[in-house]
Design a protein around this ligand. Structure first.
Ligand SMILES: NC(=O)c1ccc[n+]([C@@H]2O[C@H](COP(=O)([O-])OP(=O)(O)OC[C@H]3O[C@@H](n4cnc5c(N)ncnc54)[C@H](OP(=O)(O)O)[C@@H]3O)[C@@H](O)[C@H]2O)c1
Length: 266
């Protein structure tokens, strides 16, 4: 079903994005991906030397670079069927201590990165009656303490995509956003601290989390079914349910989960 479809996955050199690239190529799709590190992109290209994979260095938070990446992809493959806005970064800090540059960087990548790529890909996707996908988070359904900038960026992503879905309703384009739960990846190590440096470690036992391969395969299933939304993991589904029906209780449960003795631990 995805054979020969042209699929763009932003941030495909690691984690969930890389698992998506691996599986989509395995299904015979033509895949384009980007990231900031050329070294990681070269390693990915070497891994898939005989496959239809186009890679380009690009920071999606730059409109110029995102435009260049999308235009190069269309030059290379002729059009775009599906855009998966996956590139993302997190943050860890109490809001009362955070540098506003951390808040801005997260919003620039997670929200404006998706806007930048989609704006330049949308005409081609409409012509193809394809799909626009956003990788959100449970943090886009329930604000999470210590990650207020991350939550804000994912709420923004979902609000924008909901509006876009209505705008595109009669075009044959499907709009889907997915909310993965905790998934094994580099996202916690790369998370920006209050001083805009990478946290460098994960406070979670990464081996106990959903694998990026499982996450990617659920995303691909949802794309094939042209679903509207997808919430992952039992913990994620429970969080969304509790927040919808018991919001005040959910405030307390969320506080208890992320803090020990008044200190942010996760
Ligand atoms: N893992 C989780 O628990 C989890 C849960 C919910 C949602 N998510 C979401 O899933 C998505 C993927 O995250 P992940 O967990 O797979 O993280 P990851 O392992 O850190 O991978 C992030 C990918 O995005 C790329 N990237 C980061 N900033 C970029 C930028 N400005 N421009 C272009 N590429 C960029 C990275 O490459 P470079 O560093 O080389 O640019 C890397 O390839 C994110 O949107 C994240 O918010 C993750």
């Amino acid at each position: 079903m995805l054979k020969d479809k042209v699929i763009v996955v932003t941030g495909g050199s690691n984690g969930i994005g890389k698992a998506l690239v691996d599986q989509l190529l395995g299904e015979g799709a033509k895949v384009a991906t980007c990231g900031r590190s050329q070294e990681k992109l070269d390693a990915l290209k070497n891994e898939h030397i005989c496959k239809d994979l186009f890679v380009a260095q690009c920071d999606v938070s730059s409109e110029e670079e995102a435009k260049g990446f999308i235009e190069k992809t269309i030059d290379h493959f002729g059009h775009i069927d599906i855009l998966i806005n996956n590139a993302g970064i997190s943050m860890r800090s109490q809001f009362s201590e955070v540098s506003l540059e951390t808040m801005r960087r997260v919003m620039e990548i997670n929200f404006f990165g998706a806007i930048n790529c989609t704006r330049y890909a949308i005409d081609s996707i409409i012509r193809q009656k394809g799909s626009i996908v956003g990788i959100s988070s449970i943090a886009g359904n329930r604000g999470l303490p210590g990650r207020s900038g991350y939550s804000a960026s994912k709420f923004a992503l979902q609000g924008w995509m909901e509006a876009l879905r209505s705008e595109l309703l009669d075009t044959g384009v499907n709009v889907l956003w997915v909310s993965p739960g905790f998934t094994k990846s580099n996202v916690r190590k790369a998370a920006l601290t209050k001083t805009v440096s990478a946290q460098g470690k994960s406070p979670l036992n990464e081996d106990k989390l959903m694998t990026p391969e499982e996450c990617a395969s659920l995303i691909i299933k949802a794309i094939k079914k042209r679903k509207r939304t997808l919430v992952m993991t039992a913990q994620g589904k429970l969080t969304v349910f509790m927040n919808k029906f018991f919001p005040a209780w959910s405030d307390r449960l969320t506080r208890n989960f992320f803090y020990k003795n008044g200190v942010l631990v996760k």
